[in-house]
Design a protein around this ligand. Structure first.
Ligand SMILES: [Zn+2]
Length: 147
């Protein structure tokens, strides 16, 4: 999903949860994981393009899926599971719970928006497919980069 939508979803969600729980920690953690999970795109971009920093090229590289390899180290159902376990272990600490909610609000819409197979959002699934973009994000899956 595009960054502007992640920012909007995260801002609205953190505002709603702040109104309910009055916790800056919960709201801040939600916003941070809701938006900054996409920082792993920077790693993938540099991996394939070197330090060729160009905002337009950067966004088209991902939105138009020009990558040949895709690691997406911060995107994974495995992280979601670990966050649920960690939140439970911390007795639903508000910072951890906020991070969990923000992460869920990031990765679940990413999954549906991309129309990719479920395994595409698994670290293990990508690793098993050698981070090959053509396998992880099949080009004939009905994804519309203009949406
Ligand atoms: Zn994302």
């Amino acid at each position: 999903m595009k960054l502007k939508y992640h920012a909007a979803v995260s801002a609205v969600s953190s505002g709603i949860l702040y109104a309910i729980f009055k916790s800056w920690g919960l709201s801040a953690a939600l916003f941070i994981t809701g938006v900054f999970t996409d920082l792993d795109h920077v790693f993938d971009y540099f991996l394939e393009n070197g330090l060729d920093i160009n905002k337009k090229k950067f966004f088209s590289f991902f939105y138009e899926e020009k990558h040949r390899k895709i690691t997406l180290l911060l995107h994974g159902w495995e992280w979601l599971i670990l966050l649920v376990i960690y939140a439970k272990l911390t007795d639903w600490n508000l910072w951890v719970t906020g991070a969990l909610i923000g992460y869920a609000l990031h990765i679940i819409p990413d999954y549906f928006y991309s129309k990719a197979p479920f395994r595409s959002y698994s670290l293990i699934g990508r690793w098993k497919n050698r981070f090959d973009s053509d396998v992880i994000f099949p080009r004939n899956r009905g994804y519309n980069p203009k949406a």
